[in-house]
Design a protein. Structure first.
Lengths: 111, 110
């Protein structure tokens, strides 16, 4: 996979506040995938973005792929306790490749 | 539809023992992966396979071995367990886009 950096590593929010995590690359990405891992659980696929400037929504979650395809963001509106977990972004290279995950962003929600 | 099945769910090993973590998928996926995840950290790729008979090293392959004799199975072998291998191990499979993960194996080496 292509290397991406994700920030922040940890984010504390009050329940009801918004949350955003960012993925950045120094090179153009062919695609970006987002996964969520709940505490004690396994990663679950959320979405894939492939087009420049692409925006996709899943209920309170908004995913964006930058115009230059070098960055991506996940925004959660009005966080709920069910949003707690770690969010990972990865980029898949073409052909034979391993899926390489970074450290992700840990979202901690205070009621 | 079972998806990706990992066994066992929990295991305690003594230093120097060996064991095999089993992973089976019933989705006819070509790609399979093994990861380890230490507490509070991301997933580190140990080995992966793009199809039966083909395996390749990931970021942290030392101390592990894999085989892929069938499309369905991708076992991970620990030959001489060390405390540094205490971790949660995840197996995953994919076809084109989405990767599906197993429930994980929590391994403790004492």
């Amino acid at each position: 996979g292509q290397q991406v950096m994700q920030i922040p590593q940890y984010q504390h929010v009050q329940e009801g506040e918004d949350f955003t995590t960012y993925c950045n690359s120094s090179t153009t990405l062919s695609n970006i995938q987002w996964y969520k891992q709940r505490p004690g659980g396994h990663p679950v696929f959320l979405i894939q973005l492939v087009k420049s400037g692409e925006v996709k929504k899943q209920k309170r979650l908004t995913f964006q792929f930058g115009e230059a395809k070098k960055n991506s963001s996940l925004h959660i509106t009005a966080t709920q306790t069910t949003d707690v977990g770690t969010y990972f972004c990865i980029s898949i290279g073409g052909g034979a490749d391993g899926l390489t995950f970074g450290k992700g962003t840990h979202l901690i929600i205070q009621p | 539809n079972a998806g990706v099945t990992q066994t066992p769910k929990f295991r305690i090993l003594k230093i120097g023992q060996s064991m095999t973590l089993q992973c089976t998928q019933d989705m006819n996926h070509n790609y399979m992966y093994w990861y380890r995840q230490d507490p509070g950290m991301g997933l580190k790729l140990i080995y992966y396979s793009v199809g039966a008979g083909i395996t390749d090293k990931g970021e942290v392959p030392n101390g592990y071995n894999v085989s892929r004799s069938t499309t369905e199975d991708f076992p991970l072998r620990l030959e001489l367990a060390a405390p540094s291998q205490t971790s949660v191990y995840f197996c995953a499979s994919s076809k084109t886009i989405e990767a599906f993960f197993g429930q994980g194996t929590r391994l403790t080496v004492v």
